[in-house]
Each structure stands twice: as C-alpha cells, then as structure tokens.
Design a protein around this ligand. Structure first.
Ligand SMILES: NC(=O)c1ccc[n+]([C@@H]2O[C@H](COP(=O)([O-])OP(=O)(O)OC[C@H]3O[C@@H](n4cnc5c(N)ncnc54)[C@H](OP(=O)(O)O)[C@@H]3O)[C@@H](O)[C@H]2O)c1
Length: 185
C-alpha cells in the first residue's frame, strides 16, 4: 500500500497508470477539469477515490482545494503547460519520502526562450536537491518503426509511468527522442 495518491491529469492516456496507482493506494484523489465524470468502472476502486473537477489554469483555487487532501505519498501528474510555479507548489504537497512521477511531453526537453533550461532539466535538477522526495520523470518520445515515426499510444505511455512507480529512475524516456528531426509531424 502506498498511502494517499494524487492523480492529476490522468483520466485520459494515463488512465491505466492511474488505475495501477489507485489499486495500490489506501485512497486516491483524481483531479482534472471533468474528473467528476470519471470512473474506473470498478466499485471497490472507485470507492476509495475522491474525484475533484478542478482546472490547473486557476492555480490559487486549484492548490487551495488540493491542500485539503495533502500530503500525498505518491503523485502521478500530467500537466501540459511549463507551469514552473504550479509544479513547485505541488512538490510541497508531497509527504516526506513520497514518490512523484511527473509525465512530460517531448518538447519539455527543449531549451526555453533566451537559453533558459528546459522544463525537464529544470525539474530534474530542482528535485535532485530534495532528498526527502523520490522524483521519477517520464519524457514522452516517439516510436520509429518500418521506416516511419509515430507518437506513443496510451498503453505505451501508461506502461512507462507504471515502470516509474515500480522502479523509479530520475528520468525515463518512453520511446525515443532521437533523432529529433524524425519525430512525427
Ligand atoms: N510524445 C508526446 O510528446 C506526446 C505528448 C502528449 C500527448 N501525446 C499524444 O497526444 C494525445 C492527447 O494528449 P492529451 O494531453 O489530450 O492527453 P490526455 O491524457 O488524453 O488528456 C489530458 C489530461 O489532462 C487533463 N487536463 C487537461 N487540461 C487540464 C486542466 N486545465 N486542468 C486539469 N486537468 C487538465 C484531462 O482531463 P480533463 O479534460 O477532465 O481536464 C486529461 O486527464 C495522447 O493520446 C498522446 O498519444 C504525445
């Protein structure tokens, strides 16, 4: 059992990974704009989940609502924007010794404007300095097969997130990011 789980932005492509986390948790908080409509279709599992319909676009309201459910022993997050402040605020909601699995898109490895570090590097560096938290990043790449490239499917994306729950690495790349020019258009 992994205690209290935060599952943020996991109602889509990460639903299988969210199920994996919820199965092992004592209780879970599922958060997305329409999380109120979400169900695992499993009475026992749904019974230990609190579904909160919240948008991270309104950061103060979002964090204020989540604080009531913290601290979290495990968190699985998929946040599209760079959202540095939001991500840092979520770190503070983790329990000591907790595991944060943060899923990021392919572009998260690109250097920002004016040479700013990529969000993937920035987060990896910041979390490496927090000894009380295990940080396991997933960077979503693409798949090259039969001379063509395609984006990862949901099963592959969730499998990478589950692998980070089971055997956390500072960074796990799902598929490949190289050569960058070969990514699907
Ligand atoms: N290789 C890559 O870099 C890469 C990266 C990303 C995606 N993809 C592909 O693109 C497809 C679609 O991606 P997607 O981002 O739409 O993934 P998704 O996981 O299907 O949906 C986004 C998730 O975030 C939640 N969400 C979105 N905006 C939110 C907000 N403002 N506040 C709180 N939660 C929010 C959504 O729930 P609500 O709608 O309820 O808010 C949902 O849980 C995927 O199927 C994947 O194959 C590839």
């Amino acid at each position: 059992m992994t205690g209290n789980a935060l599952l943020l932005g996991t109602t889509g492509m990460l639903a299988a990974a969210a199920r994996h986390a919820a199965l092992q948790a004592e209780k879970a908080v599922i958060v997305s704009r329409k999380a109120g409509d979400f169900s695992f279709g499993d009475e026992a599992l749904d019974g230990k989940c609190e579904c909160l319909s919240l948008s991270y676009d309104d950061e103060p309201a979002f964090l204020g609502a989540l604080e009531e459910y913290a601290p979290f022993d495990i968190a699985l997050t998929w946040i599209r924007p760079r959202a540095e402040l939001l991500r840092a605020a979520l770190d503070a909601l983790m329990a000591p010794g907790g595991l944060l699995v943060e899923v990021m898109g392919s572009r998260s490895i690109l250097t920002g404007e004016n040479g700013a570090p990529s969000i993937a590097t920035l987060r990896a560096d910041a979390l490496a300095a927090q000894p009380d938290l295990t940080y396991a990043q997933v960077v979503l790449g693409f798949v090259r097969e039969n001379g063509a490239s395609r984006w990862l499917n949901h099963e592959e994306i969730s499998a990478a997130a589950i692998a980070q729950m089971e055997m956390p690495l500072p960074r796990r790349i799902a598929g490949t990011l190289e050569p960058w020019d070969a990514r699907p258009q």
